[in-house]
Design a protein around this ligand. Structure first.
Ligand code: UDP
Ligand code: MG
Length: 144
């Protein structure tokens, strides 16, 4: 499960992120633009609930639209994490999404354009949060 975070959407990098995923050889099997709500984000980032950056992170993720997508392919979780690069965009390697497209904004929450699930278990949990039962339902959701 990949998210383009609000900084990536604001900077019109949705296509760039999708393009890098597709050019690598993965397929996008679900995609939606949405405004997350606090409950979803608190579930999504539950592992960080005790960290000092948790509240700023939730606020950042509430600051604009996000794009949620499911990328598929052999070893895609490992592969996308490598495409994304290190969490801190300052030190993320050039050639990665975060390394090429991000830099330190001096904000309490690190703005780094994308999220990628770190395990199959996380991916399944996160897909439930962001897509619920909506995959393949035929429902068209339009961002407002
Ligand atoms: N984050 C932050 N400060 C930190 C570490 C993380 O603001 O010191 C934010 C950052 O946006 C990161 C997210 O919290 O992407 C989740 O952190 P994690 O360590 O899981 O990094 P990721 O898996 O996204 O690379
Ligand atoms: Mg993480």
């Amino acid at each position: 499960m990949v998210l383009v975070k609000p900084d990536g959407v604001r900077r019109n990098l949705v296509g760039e992120v999708i393009s890098r995923i597709e050019r690598k050889g993965y397929s996008i099997s679900a995609l939606k633009m949405m405004n997350a709500d606090r409950a979803m984000l608190e579930r999504h980032y539950a592992e960080h609930a005790s960290k000092p950056f948790f509240e700023p992170l939730v606020e950042f993720m509430l600051s604009g639209s996000i794009v949620a997508m499911i990328a598929e392919g052999n070893r895609v979780i490992e592969g996308f994490r490598l495409l994304a690069g290190a969490t801190d965009p300052t030190v993320a390697a050039p050639g990665t999404i975060r390394g090429d497209l991000g830099c330190d904004q001096g904000t309490e929450a690190v703005q780094n354009i994308v999220h990628g699930s770190d395990s199959v278990e996380s991916a399944n949990r996160e897909i439930e949060i962001f897509f619920g039962g909506s995959i393949g339902s035929g429902t068209v959701e339009r961002n407002t």
